[in-house]
Write a protein that binds this ligand. Structure first.
Ligand code: PLP
Length: 399
């Protein structure tokens, strides 16, 4: 059989320099300082961090321990509670399998907000199909904020695990984790906080809020892709449901070093950077509202991620607008797994928004590399695209 020879490719990114990148909720570019450290560790610290019988392994183990401390510091946790994963999705899977494994009875009763990320929702729906969990949904209001009586009634009914994200990845709404965690613990339940978007962008303390499981991911923090952490004082792999094992796999030392450095930089520079990004976001929002009639900002305006702007431009279908902006401004309609798909955002649907707001929503995420000039250029380009789409469609209707 004539099979093509495997080829080695040096990654050839398409020419994207001219595109203004405003999709930082999907992923963030790696910080050059982090990239440099990853490269250095990858080439120099090649030992297996589990091989502590010699100095080569010890050097790798030291890198892992330093990263563990930096990750813990970002979310005010104990370093020994940090378990490295391939990202938030795996951290969420581990947390849920552990909660199922230590539960006294099956199915585990789980409550989750309707606006959780698909990584939580789809995992739990799958587990429900396998009769491992039974799901109770927690309602949200029109700003995507948790309706507390809905959570309270779930707890009253005896829910054992509550999943509430720290910050929403579509509309940026921030959740009052300390208060929610207290309610959950007072009811004798445990809490899983998906902090993929919130870590470093809002106050989070695992220790103060006694968070049982917290998930975060390197690539949302200007760190590498494919590395993240489950932070949990109670997680023990040998208790998890499934093929549990106490064997610890060879750690991804360069990735872990990169995650640690990204967290360290976020701890040092995050506050100033968050302030800068929120000012740029406000400027973008104000200018778009000035230029375009019929724009509605989605989410909880005074209580959002500093880098988030989600708005609907009535009469301008988002897929048409995004297609026009393809080569100039990178933004999205919602979470990465929804973008490109025609199904409306489950987050905006849960907020009860009207169809015309769902069809025209756009999500913008600013980041460390976003400049004032980018924002001014983006205002022009986005406003023009929306006006053109509206004109085209109203012309087509008059034909
Ligand atoms: N949770 C939230 C809120 C997210 O935004 C994402 C990624 O978009 C995930 C979980 C999944 O993270 P990862 O891709 O690192 O597994």
């Amino acid at each position: 059989m004539n099979r093509p020879e495997p080829q080695l490719h040096t990654a050839q990114a398409p020419k994207v320099r001219s595109v203004i990148y405003l999709d930082h909720h999907a992923t963030t570019p790696i910080d050059p300082r982090v990239a440099q450290l990853v490269m250095q560790v990858m080439s120099e610290v090649y030992g297996n961090a589990n091989s502590v019988e010699h100095t080569i392994g010890n050097a790798a183990a030291l890198v892992v321990e330093q990263a563990r401390t930096a990750v813990a510091h970002l979310v005010d946790a104990e370093p020994q509670h940090v378990h490295f994963t391939s990202g938030s999705t795996e951290a969420i899977h581990l947390a849920i399998s552990h909660a199922i494994g230590v539960n006294r009875k099956v199915p585990l009763s789980v409550a989750l907000s309707r606006v959780e990320h698909r990584a939580v929702i789809d995992t739990l729906i799958h587990a429900e199909r396998l009769q491992l969990v039974e799901i109770t949904w927690i309602d949200v209001d029109e700003t995507a904020q948790i309706v507390l009586p809905s959570l309270e009634s779930a707890l009253h009914a005896g829910v054992e695990l509550v999943c509430v994200m720290a910050a929403n990845n579509e509309v940026g709404t921030l959740y009052p984790i300390p208060a929610i965690s207290k309610l959950v613990h007072d009811a004798g339940a445990t809490i899983l906080v998906d902090a993929t978007q919130g870590a470093g962008r809002m106050g989070l303390s695992c220790l103060d809020s006694e968070i049982d499981y917290l998930a975060l991911s390197g690539h949302k923090l200007n760190g590498p892709k494919g590395v993240g952490a489950l932070i949990s004082p109670i997680y023990n792999p040998s208790e998890a449901y499934g093929l549990a094992t106490s064997h610890s796999a060879t750690p991804n030392v360069p990735g872990i070093a990169g995650l640690g450095e990204a967290c360290r930089l976020m701890s040092l520079e995050g506050d100033a950077e968050n302030r800068r990004q929120s000012l740029l976001r406000d400027r973008l929002e104000t200018e778009l509202l000035l230029r375009l009639p019929g724009v509605v900002v989605n989410g909880e305006i005074g209580n959002r991620l500093p880098n988030n702007l989600n708005f609907s431009a009535l009469g301008a279908p988002n897929d048409v607008v995004i297609a026009r902006l393809r080569d100039t401004v990178a933004l999205s309609t919602g979470s990465a797994c929804n973008s490109g798909a025609q199904s409306p955002s489950h987050v905006l649907s849960a907020m009860g928004l009207a169809d015309e707001l769902l069809d025209s929503c756009l999500r913008i995420g600013l980041g460390r590399q976003t400049t004032e000039a980018d924002i001014d250029q983006a205002v022009e380009t986005i406003a023009t695209a929306i006006a053109e789409v509206r004109n085209l469609l109203s012309g087509a209707q008059n034909d």
